[in-house]
Design a protein around this ligand. Structure first.
Ligand code: SF4
Ligand code: SF4
Length: 68
């Protein structure tokens, strides 16, 4: 199963990764804040991730790492 990890404290909650994920499995954590005061992005269901890395490529702050 692909591993998608987020350096959550660097996330600015811009939702670009949410919008490009073809499986629609990235959401912003509405119930938590990171060190910068934003709702950080997270993955909901890694089992359906196809490791396309669109999320990591799109993130302007290099928050996301995708490993097959
Ligand atoms: S690697 Fe692709 S399918 Fe997996 S979370 Fe990122 S955008 Fe979605
Ligand atoms: S694209 Fe990067 S900075 Fe924007 S919400 Fe996703 S992980 Fe956070």
């Amino acid at each position: 199963m692909p591993q998608v990890t987020f350096d959550a404290d660097r996330c600015k909650g811009c939702s670009l990764c949410v919008s490009v994920c073809p499986r629609k499995i990235i959401v912003l954590s509405e119930d938590t804040f990171n060190a910068r005061g934003f709702h950080p992005a997270k993955i909901t269901d890694p089992s359906v991730c196809i490791a396309c890395a669109f999320c990591a490529t799109m993130c302007p702050d290099a928050v996301i790492k995708v490993e097959k």
